[in-house]
Design a protein around this ligand. Structure first.
Ligand SMILES: NC(=O)c1ccc[n+]([C@@H]2O[C@H](COP(=O)([O-])OP(=O)(O)OC[C@H]3O[C@@H](n4cnc5c(N)ncnc54)[C@H](O)[C@@H]3O)[C@@H](O)[C@H]2O)c1
Length: 440
Protein backbone atom coordinates (compact mmCIF):
# COMPACT_ATOMS: atom_id res chain seq x y z
CA UNK A 1 0.00 0.00 0.00
CA UNK A 2 2.84 2.33 0.98
CA UNK A 3 4.00 2.96 -2.60
CA UNK A 4 0.64 4.41 -3.59
CA UNK A 5 0.75 7.36 -1.20
CA UNK A 6 1.67 10.62 -2.85
CA UNK A 7 4.06 12.71 -0.73
CA UNK A 8 2.70 15.73 1.14
CA UNK A 9 4.58 18.17 -1.08
CA UNK A 10 3.69 21.86 -1.32
CA UNK A 11 1.02 23.78 0.53
CA UNK A 12 -2.23 22.41 1.93
CA UNK A 13 -5.17 24.83 1.95
CA UNK A 14 -7.66 24.16 4.77
CA UNK A 15 -10.88 25.90 3.83
CA UNK A 16 -13.51 26.21 6.53
CA UNK A 17 -17.17 27.08 6.12
CA UNK A 18 -17.96 28.78 9.46
CA UNK A 19 -15.16 30.90 10.96
CA UNK A 20 -16.57 30.86 14.48
CA UNK A 21 -15.25 29.61 17.82
CA UNK A 22 -13.87 26.24 16.70
CA UNK A 23 -12.36 27.46 13.43
CA UNK A 24 -10.67 30.52 14.92
CA UNK A 25 -9.32 28.45 17.84
CA UNK A 26 -7.90 26.00 15.32
CA UNK A 27 -6.33 28.67 13.13
CA UNK A 28 -4.91 30.69 16.02
CA UNK A 29 -3.60 27.48 17.59
CA UNK A 30 -1.76 26.40 14.46
CA UNK A 31 -0.28 29.89 14.02
CA UNK A 32 0.84 29.90 17.67
CA UNK A 33 2.42 26.46 17.29
CA UNK A 34 4.18 27.56 14.11
CA UNK A 35 5.67 30.49 16.05
CA UNK A 36 6.80 28.17 18.82
CA UNK A 37 4.69 29.87 21.50
CA UNK A 38 2.27 26.98 22.11
CA UNK A 39 1.97 23.21 21.89
CA UNK A 40 -0.63 21.29 19.82
CA UNK A 41 -2.01 19.41 22.83
CA UNK A 42 -4.94 17.12 22.10
CA UNK A 43 -3.86 16.50 18.54
CA UNK A 44 -3.06 12.85 17.87
CA UNK A 45 -1.35 13.70 14.58
CA UNK A 46 1.07 16.07 16.32
CA UNK A 47 1.56 14.57 19.78
CA UNK A 48 0.49 10.93 19.48
CA UNK A 49 2.72 7.89 19.02
CA UNK A 50 1.98 4.55 17.42
CA UNK A 51 3.38 1.15 18.26
CA UNK A 52 4.83 -0.77 15.33
CA UNK A 53 5.73 -4.45 15.20
CA UNK A 54 6.17 -6.64 18.27
CA UNK A 55 6.48 -5.16 21.74
CA UNK A 56 10.03 -6.49 21.87
CA UNK A 57 10.99 -4.30 18.89
CA UNK A 58 10.39 -1.13 20.86
CA UNK A 59 9.31 0.91 17.83
CA UNK A 60 7.02 3.72 18.95
CA UNK A 61 7.37 6.69 16.56
CA UNK A 62 5.28 9.83 16.56
CA UNK A 63 2.40 9.46 14.11
CA UNK A 64 3.55 12.51 12.15
CA UNK A 65 6.96 10.89 11.72
CA UNK A 66 5.40 7.62 10.60
CA UNK A 67 2.84 8.69 7.98
CA UNK A 68 3.39 11.45 5.41
CA UNK A 69 1.21 14.26 6.75
CA UNK A 70 1.25 17.90 5.71
CA UNK A 71 3.60 19.92 7.90
CA UNK A 72 1.91 22.67 9.93
CA UNK A 73 4.22 25.19 8.24
CA UNK A 74 2.73 24.24 4.88
CA UNK A 75 -0.88 24.96 5.91
CA UNK A 76 -2.80 27.98 4.61
CA UNK A 77 -6.22 28.74 6.09
CA UNK A 78 -9.27 30.35 4.52
CA UNK A 79 -13.02 30.12 4.85
CA UNK A 80 -16.50 31.53 4.60
CA UNK A 81 -18.84 33.13 7.11
CA UNK A 82 -22.12 35.02 7.20
CA UNK A 83 -20.33 37.65 9.33
CA UNK A 84 -17.58 39.84 7.88
CA UNK A 85 -15.18 39.73 10.85
CA UNK A 86 -11.64 38.66 10.03
CA UNK A 87 -10.23 35.73 12.03
CA UNK A 88 -8.61 38.00 14.63
CA UNK A 89 -11.90 39.81 15.30
CA UNK A 90 -13.90 36.59 15.26
CA UNK A 91 -11.46 34.96 17.70
CA UNK A 92 -11.68 37.99 20.02
CA UNK A 93 -15.49 37.77 19.88
CA UNK A 94 -15.46 34.04 20.54
CA UNK A 95 -13.47 34.69 23.76
CA UNK A 96 -11.94 31.22 23.77
CA UNK A 97 -8.30 32.30 23.67
CA UNK A 98 -6.62 35.03 25.72
CA UNK A 99 -6.17 38.42 23.99
CA UNK A 100 -2.44 38.17 24.82
CA UNK A 101 -2.05 35.06 22.71
CA UNK A 102 -4.20 36.45 19.89
CA UNK A 103 -2.23 39.69 19.80
CA UNK A 104 1.01 37.75 19.37
CA UNK A 105 -0.32 36.36 16.08
CA UNK A 106 -2.57 39.28 15.12
CA UNK A 107 -1.09 39.95 11.63
CA UNK A 108 -1.48 36.29 10.60
CA UNK A 109 -5.09 36.20 11.82
CA UNK A 110 -6.15 39.60 10.50
CA UNK A 111 -5.28 38.73 6.95
CA UNK A 112 -7.75 35.82 6.88
CA UNK A 113 -11.04 37.38 5.85
CA UNK A 114 -14.11 35.26 5.25
CA UNK A 115 -15.51 34.81 1.78
CA UNK A 116 -19.24 35.43 1.43
CA UNK A 117 -21.27 32.49 2.71
CA UNK A 118 -23.67 30.20 0.89
CA UNK A 119 -26.44 30.60 3.42
CA UNK A 120 -30.16 30.13 3.97
CA UNK A 121 -31.51 31.61 7.19
CA UNK A 122 -34.18 28.91 7.35
CA UNK A 123 -31.41 26.50 8.36
CA UNK A 124 -30.12 28.66 11.26
CA UNK A 125 -32.78 31.16 12.29
CA UNK A 126 -30.78 32.67 15.14
CA UNK A 127 -28.06 34.00 12.81
CA UNK A 128 -28.48 37.43 11.28
CA UNK A 129 -25.24 37.90 9.31
CA UNK A 130 -25.49 39.57 5.91
CA UNK A 131 -22.15 38.59 4.38
CA UNK A 132 -23.85 36.13 2.05
CA UNK A 133 -23.90 35.20 -1.61
CA UNK A 134 -27.01 35.77 -3.71
CA UNK A 135 -28.43 33.34 -6.23
CA UNK A 136 -30.04 29.96 -6.72
CA UNK A 137 -28.63 26.78 -5.16
CA UNK A 138 -26.86 26.01 -8.45
CA UNK A 139 -25.34 29.50 -8.62
CA UNK A 140 -24.19 29.23 -5.00
CA UNK A 141 -22.50 25.90 -5.69
CA UNK A 142 -20.78 27.36 -8.76
CA UNK A 143 -19.65 30.35 -6.71
CA UNK A 144 -18.22 28.13 -3.95
CA UNK A 145 -16.32 26.11 -6.59
CA UNK A 146 -14.91 29.35 -7.98
CA UNK A 147 -13.91 30.42 -4.43
CA UNK A 148 -12.04 27.15 -3.90
CA UNK A 149 -10.19 27.38 -7.19
CA UNK A 150 -9.31 31.06 -6.71
CA UNK A 151 -8.06 30.41 -3.20
CA UNK A 152 -5.91 27.54 -4.44
CA UNK A 153 -4.38 29.63 -7.21
CA UNK A 154 -3.89 32.80 -5.15
CA UNK A 155 -2.19 30.95 -2.30
CA UNK A 156 -0.15 28.58 -4.43
CA UNK A 157 -1.72 25.53 -2.80
CA UNK A 158 -1.07 22.03 -4.04
CA UNK A 159 -4.10 20.56 -2.34
CA UNK A 160 -7.27 21.72 -0.59
CA UNK A 161 -9.52 20.15 2.05
CA UNK A 162 -12.79 21.47 3.48
CA UNK A 163 -13.81 21.06 7.11
CA UNK A 164 -17.34 22.23 7.97
CA UNK A 165 -17.18 24.26 11.21
CA UNK A 166 -20.42 26.11 10.47
CA UNK A 167 -23.39 26.24 12.80
CA UNK A 168 -25.59 23.22 13.32
CA UNK A 169 -28.41 23.33 10.80
CA UNK A 170 -32.01 22.55 11.64
CA UNK A 171 -32.99 18.90 11.76
CA UNK A 172 -33.77 17.37 8.39
CA UNK A 173 -33.91 13.86 7.06
CA UNK A 174 -32.81 12.65 3.67
CA UNK A 175 -35.59 12.88 1.10
CA UNK A 176 -36.08 11.82 -2.52
CA UNK A 177 -33.76 14.48 -3.92
CA UNK A 178 -30.88 13.23 -1.75
CA UNK A 179 -31.06 9.65 -2.97
CA UNK A 180 -28.98 9.90 -6.14
CA UNK A 181 -26.55 12.33 -7.72
CA UNK A 182 -28.86 12.82 -10.70
CA UNK A 183 -31.77 13.77 -8.43
CA UNK A 184 -29.53 16.04 -6.35
CA UNK A 185 -28.17 17.88 -9.39
CA UNK A 186 -31.68 18.34 -10.73
CA UNK A 187 -32.72 19.74 -7.35
CA UNK A 188 -29.76 22.15 -7.41
CA UNK A 189 -30.97 23.44 -10.74
CA UNK A 190 -34.51 23.73 -9.40
CA UNK A 191 -33.18 25.70 -6.42
CA UNK A 192 -34.83 23.14 -4.15
CA UNK A 193 -34.88 24.35 -0.53
CA UNK A 194 -34.32 20.78 0.68
CA UNK A 195 -30.67 21.22 -0.23
CA UNK A 196 -29.10 22.73 2.88
CA UNK A 197 -26.22 25.25 2.73
CA UNK A 198 -23.72 22.71 4.10
CA UNK A 199 -24.65 20.38 1.22
CA UNK A 200 -23.83 23.15 -1.25
CA UNK A 201 -20.28 23.43 0.11
CA UNK A 202 -19.92 19.65 0.21
CA UNK A 203 -21.16 19.28 -3.36
CA UNK A 204 -18.80 22.01 -4.60
CA UNK A 205 -15.83 20.39 -2.84
CA UNK A 206 -16.55 16.87 -4.02
CA UNK A 207 -17.20 17.98 -7.57
CA UNK A 208 -13.62 19.34 -7.56
CA UNK A 209 -12.24 16.20 -5.89
CA UNK A 210 -11.62 18.13 -2.66
CA UNK A 211 -11.98 16.04 0.56
CA UNK A 212 -14.75 17.12 2.93
CA UNK A 213 -15.09 16.51 6.68
CA UNK A 214 -18.19 17.54 8.61
CA UNK A 215 -17.74 18.78 12.18
CA UNK A 216 -21.44 19.41 12.79
CA UNK A 217 -24.28 16.92 13.17
CA UNK A 218 -26.09 17.98 9.95
CA UNK A 219 -26.55 15.24 7.33
CA UNK A 220 -24.46 17.15 4.74
CA UNK A 221 -22.34 14.43 3.05
CA UNK A 222 -24.23 11.62 4.78
CA UNK A 223 -26.66 11.18 1.87
CA UNK A 224 -26.52 8.70 -1.02
CA UNK A 225 -26.16 11.48 -3.63
CA UNK A 226 -22.96 12.89 -2.16
CA UNK A 227 -21.53 9.48 -1.29
CA UNK A 228 -22.03 8.65 -4.98
CA UNK A 229 -20.26 11.86 -6.00
CA UNK A 230 -17.36 11.15 -3.63
CA UNK A 231 -16.81 7.77 -5.30
CA UNK A 232 -17.15 9.28 -8.76
CA UNK A 233 -14.45 11.89 -8.12
CA UNK A 234 -12.27 9.62 -5.90
CA UNK A 235 -12.70 11.88 -2.92
CA UNK A 236 -12.66 10.95 0.78
CA UNK A 237 -15.43 12.17 3.09
CA UNK A 238 -15.98 11.98 6.86
CA UNK A 239 -18.62 13.04 9.37
CA UNK A 240 -20.46 13.83 11.53
CA UNK A 241 -20.04 16.11 14.56
CA UNK A 242 -16.75 16.61 16.41
CA UNK A 243 -16.56 14.32 19.42
CA UNK A 244 -15.84 16.68 22.32
CA UNK A 245 -17.01 17.27 25.90
CA UNK A 246 -19.82 15.19 27.22
CA UNK A 247 -19.91 12.69 24.37
CA UNK A 248 -16.17 12.20 24.56
CA UNK A 249 -16.61 11.28 28.24
CA UNK A 250 -19.51 9.00 27.37
CA UNK A 251 -17.55 7.04 24.79
CA UNK A 252 -14.66 6.68 27.23
CA UNK A 253 -16.77 5.61 30.21
CA UNK A 254 -19.53 3.49 28.67
CA UNK A 255 -17.16 0.96 27.04
CA UNK A 256 -15.43 0.58 30.42
CA UNK A 257 -18.66 -0.13 32.28
CA UNK A 258 -19.82 -2.51 29.54
CA UNK A 259 -16.42 -4.24 29.55
CA UNK A 260 -17.00 -5.17 33.21
CA UNK A 261 -20.64 -6.21 32.60
CA UNK A 262 -21.96 -3.51 34.91
CA UNK A 263 -25.58 -2.55 34.31
CA UNK A 264 -26.82 0.96 33.53
CA UNK A 265 -30.39 2.01 34.23
CA UNK A 266 -30.12 5.71 33.47
CA UNK A 267 -27.80 8.33 32.03
CA UNK A 268 -28.85 11.96 32.38
CA UNK A 269 -26.65 14.54 30.69
CA UNK A 270 -27.19 18.26 30.93
CA UNK A 271 -24.98 21.19 30.14
CA UNK A 272 -24.84 24.95 29.97
CA UNK A 273 -22.95 26.91 27.35
CA UNK A 274 -23.12 30.47 26.12
CA UNK A 275 -21.29 30.69 22.81
CA UNK A 276 -22.86 31.24 19.38
CA UNK A 277 -23.16 27.47 18.96
CA UNK A 278 -25.29 27.50 22.14
CA UNK A 279 -27.39 30.32 20.73
CA UNK A 280 -28.07 28.39 17.51
CA UNK A 281 -28.84 25.24 19.50
CA UNK A 282 -31.35 27.22 21.54
CA UNK A 283 -33.72 26.84 18.61
CA UNK A 284 -35.55 23.50 19.06
CA UNK A 285 -35.13 22.53 15.37
CA UNK A 286 -31.36 22.96 15.56
CA UNK A 287 -31.19 21.24 18.97
CA UNK A 288 -32.99 18.20 17.53
CA UNK A 289 -30.10 17.68 15.06
CA UNK A 290 -27.62 17.69 17.96
CA UNK A 291 -29.81 15.50 20.14
CA UNK A 292 -30.10 12.80 17.50
CA UNK A 293 -26.34 12.86 17.00
CA UNK A 294 -25.66 12.48 20.74
CA UNK A 295 -28.34 9.92 21.55
CA UNK A 296 -27.11 7.11 19.30
CA UNK A 297 -23.78 6.78 21.08
CA UNK A 298 -24.87 4.74 24.12
CA UNK A 299 -27.12 2.43 22.14
CA UNK A 300 -24.31 1.55 19.80
CA UNK A 301 -21.84 0.88 22.58
CA UNK A 302 -24.16 -0.98 24.95
CA UNK A 303 -26.31 -2.85 22.42
CA UNK A 304 -29.40 -3.09 24.70
CA UNK A 305 -31.06 -5.53 22.29
CA UNK A 306 -28.30 -8.10 22.96
CA UNK A 307 -27.71 -7.17 26.63
CA UNK A 308 -31.24 -6.90 27.89
CA UNK A 309 -30.52 -7.64 31.57
CA UNK A 310 -27.85 -4.93 31.74
CA UNK A 311 -29.09 -2.20 29.41
CA UNK A 312 -32.60 -3.13 28.28
CA UNK A 313 -34.27 -0.44 30.42
CA UNK A 314 -31.73 2.35 30.13
CA UNK A 315 -33.21 5.86 30.28
CA UNK A 316 -31.00 8.26 28.33
CA UNK A 317 -31.75 11.97 28.42
CA UNK A 318 -29.80 14.92 27.05
CA UNK A 319 -30.32 18.61 27.71
CA UNK A 320 -28.42 21.60 26.31
CA UNK A 321 -29.11 24.98 27.84
CA UNK A 322 -28.02 28.32 26.40
CA UNK A 323 -26.42 30.29 29.24
CA UNK A 324 -24.42 33.32 28.00
CA UNK A 325 -22.32 33.99 31.16
CA UNK A 326 -20.34 30.78 30.58
CA UNK A 327 -19.43 31.59 26.97
CA UNK A 328 -17.41 28.80 25.36
CA UNK A 329 -16.59 27.32 28.78
CA UNK A 330 -19.26 24.71 28.78
CA UNK A 331 -20.14 23.08 32.08
CA UNK A 332 -21.71 19.66 31.96
CA UNK A 333 -23.19 17.32 34.49
CA UNK A 334 -23.80 13.63 34.06
CA UNK A 335 -25.69 11.46 36.46
CA UNK A 336 -25.23 7.77 35.73
CA UNK A 337 -27.29 5.18 37.58
CA UNK A 338 -25.48 1.88 37.43
CA UNK A 339 -25.96 -1.51 39.11
CA UNK A 340 -23.56 -4.28 40.00
CA UNK A 341 -23.39 -7.73 41.59
CA UNK A 342 -26.89 -8.98 42.52
CA UNK A 343 -28.42 -5.77 41.16
CA UNK A 344 -27.04 -3.45 43.88
CA UNK A 345 -27.32 0.18 42.80
CA UNK A 346 -24.53 2.75 42.51
CA UNK A 347 -24.15 6.22 41.02
CA UNK A 348 -21.48 8.07 39.12
CA UNK A 349 -21.50 11.89 38.86
CA UNK A 350 -19.38 13.80 36.40
CA UNK A 351 -19.02 17.56 36.47
CA UNK A 352 -16.87 18.48 33.48
CA UNK A 353 -15.79 22.12 33.27
CA UNK A 354 -14.60 21.91 29.74
CA UNK A 355 -13.72 24.35 27.00
CA UNK A 356 -15.61 23.28 23.96
CA UNK A 357 -13.44 24.77 21.26
CA UNK A 358 -10.20 23.80 23.03
CA UNK A 359 -11.36 20.20 22.66
CA UNK A 360 -12.68 20.65 19.11
CA UNK A 361 -9.77 22.50 17.49
CA UNK A 362 -7.25 19.62 17.53
CA UNK A 363 -9.94 17.32 16.16
CA UNK A 364 -10.55 19.67 13.25
CA UNK A 365 -6.80 19.79 12.59
CA UNK A 366 -6.39 16.02 12.67
CA UNK A 367 -9.40 15.47 10.42
CA UNK A 368 -7.98 17.93 7.88
CA UNK A 369 -4.55 16.28 7.91
CA UNK A 370 -5.84 12.73 7.82
CA UNK A 371 -8.43 13.33 5.11
CA UNK A 372 -5.68 14.92 3.00
CA UNK A 373 -3.58 11.79 3.63
CA UNK A 374 -6.55 9.64 2.58
CA UNK A 375 -6.80 11.52 -0.71
CA UNK A 376 -3.12 11.07 -1.41
CA UNK A 377 -3.46 7.36 -0.56
CA UNK A 378 -6.26 7.08 -3.13
CA UNK A 379 -8.92 6.28 -0.57
CA UNK A 380 -12.36 7.54 -1.53
CA UNK A 381 -15.87 7.65 -0.07
CA UNK A 382 -16.61 7.27 3.65
CA UNK A 383 -13.50 7.15 5.83
CA UNK A 384 -14.83 5.14 8.74
CA UNK A 385 -11.36 5.01 10.34
CA UNK A 386 -11.86 8.68 11.24
CA UNK A 387 -14.85 7.78 13.48
CA UNK A 388 -12.44 8.30 16.39
CA UNK A 389 -13.07 12.03 16.07
CA UNK A 390 -16.80 11.96 15.51
CA UNK A 391 -19.90 11.82 17.63
CA UNK A 392 -22.11 10.25 15.02
CA UNK A 393 -19.79 8.40 12.67
CA UNK A 394 -20.84 8.11 9.08
CA UNK A 395 -20.91 4.52 7.84
CA UNK A 396 -22.17 2.78 4.76
CA UNK A 397 -25.95 2.30 4.86
CA UNK A 398 -26.80 -0.78 6.92
CA UNK A 399 -23.44 -0.82 8.70
CA UNK A 400 -23.58 -0.22 12.43
CA UNK A 401 -21.29 2.64 13.53
CA UNK A 402 -18.55 1.94 16.08
CA UNK A 403 -18.69 4.47 18.93
CA UNK A 404 -16.34 2.84 21.46
CA UNK A 405 -13.37 5.22 21.45
CA UNK A 406 -10.85 2.45 22.11
CA UNK A 407 -12.03 0.36 19.16
CA UNK A 408 -12.08 3.53 17.07
CA UNK A 409 -8.47 4.24 18.00
CA UNK A 410 -7.42 0.69 17.16
CA UNK A 411 -9.13 1.02 13.78
CA UNK A 412 -7.40 4.33 13.10
CA UNK A 413 -3.99 2.99 14.08
CA UNK A 414 -4.40 -0.22 12.08
CA UNK A 415 -5.44 1.83 9.05
CA UNK A 416 -2.21 3.83 9.35
CA UNK A 417 -0.19 0.60 9.73
CA UNK A 418 -1.97 -0.86 6.71
CA UNK A 419 -1.28 2.26 4.64
CA UNK A 420 2.40 2.10 5.50
CA UNK A 421 2.77 -1.64 4.91
CA UNK A 422 3.30 -2.49 8.62
CA UNK A 423 1.81 -5.55 10.35
CA UNK A 424 -1.62 -4.97 11.88
CA UNK A 425 -1.66 -5.38 15.64
CA UNK A 426 -4.30 -7.68 17.10
CA UNK A 427 -3.00 -7.62 20.71
CA UNK A 428 -3.24 -11.41 20.80
CA UNK A 429 0.36 -11.69 21.97
CA UNK A 430 0.28 -15.50 22.41
CA UNK A 431 3.26 -15.83 20.09
CA UNK A 432 5.55 -14.23 22.70
CA UNK A 433 4.76 -17.07 25.07
CA UNK A 434 4.85 -19.72 22.36
CA UNK A 435 8.33 -18.52 21.30
CA UNK A 436 9.42 -18.64 24.93
CA UNK A 437 8.24 -22.26 25.33
CA UNK A 438 10.15 -23.23 22.20
CA UNK A 439 13.35 -21.55 23.48
CA UNK A 440 13.01 -23.27 26.86
N1 LIG B 1 -17.28 23.47 19.99
C1 LIG B 1 -17.37 22.16 20.06
O1 LIG B 1 -16.85 21.53 20.93
C2 LIG B 1 -18.15 21.43 19.03
C3 LIG B 1 -18.28 20.07 19.19
C4 LIG B 1 -18.96 19.35 18.23
C5 LIG B 1 -19.50 19.97 17.15
N2 LIG B 1 -19.40 21.31 17.03
C6 LIG B 1 -20.04 21.93 15.92
O2 LIG B 1 -19.11 22.69 15.20
C7 LIG B 1 -19.79 23.78 14.63
C8 LIG B 1 -19.05 25.05 14.98
O3 LIG B 1 -19.11 25.29 16.37
P1 LIG B 1 -18.65 26.69 16.96
O4 LIG B 1 -18.65 26.57 18.43
O5 LIG B 1 -17.45 27.17 16.26
O6 LIG B 1 -19.89 27.59 16.53
P2 LIG B 1 -19.90 29.15 16.19
O7 LIG B 1 -21.33 29.54 16.22
O8 LIG B 1 -18.92 29.91 16.99
O9 LIG B 1 -19.35 29.18 14.68
C9 LIG B 1 -20.11 28.76 13.60
C10 LIG B 1 -19.96 29.79 12.51
O10 LIG B 1 -20.60 29.29 11.34
C11 LIG B 1 -21.13 30.40 10.65
N3 LIG B 1 -22.08 29.90 9.67
C12 LIG B 1 -23.31 29.37 9.87
N4 LIG B 1 -23.85 28.97 8.70
C13 LIG B 1 -22.91 29.22 7.75
C14 LIG B 1 -22.86 29.00 6.34
N5 LIG B 1 -23.87 28.47 5.70
N6 LIG B 1 -21.73 29.36 5.69
C15 LIG B 1 -20.68 29.91 6.34
N7 LIG B 1 -20.68 30.15 7.67
C16 LIG B 1 -21.78 29.79 8.36
C17 LIG B 1 -21.71 31.27 11.77
O11 LIG B 1 -21.90 32.57 11.35
C18 LIG B 1 -20.65 31.12 12.83
O12 LIG B 1 -19.68 32.16 12.77
C19 LIG B 1 -21.23 23.75 15.16
O13 LIG B 1 -22.05 23.11 14.21
C20 LIG B 1 -21.11 22.90 16.36
O14 LIG B 1 -22.31 22.24 16.70
C21 LIG B 1 -18.73 22.07 17.95
Amino acid sequence: MKNNIQPAKGKLGILIPGLGAVATTLIAGVEAVKKGISQPIGSLTQMGHIRLGKRTENRYPKIKDFVPLADLNDIVFGGWDVYEDNVYEAAMNAKVLEPGLLNAIKPELEKIKPMKAAFDKNYAKNLDGTHVKQGTRQQLADAVMADIENFKAQNGCDRIVLVWCGSTEIYYEASEIHQSLAAFEQALENDDKLISPSMIYAYAALKLGVPFANGAPNLTVDIPALIELSKLTDTPIAGKDFKTGQTLMKTILAPGLAARSLGISGWFSTNILGNRDGLVLDDPDNFKTKEVSKLGVLEDILRPEDNHELYGDIFHKIRINYYPPHGDNKESWDNIDIFGWLGYKMQIKINFLCRDSILAAPIALDLALFIDLAKRAEMSGIQEWLSFYLKSPQTLPGLRPENDIFKQLMKLQNTLRHLMGEDLITHLGLDYYQDLVEVL
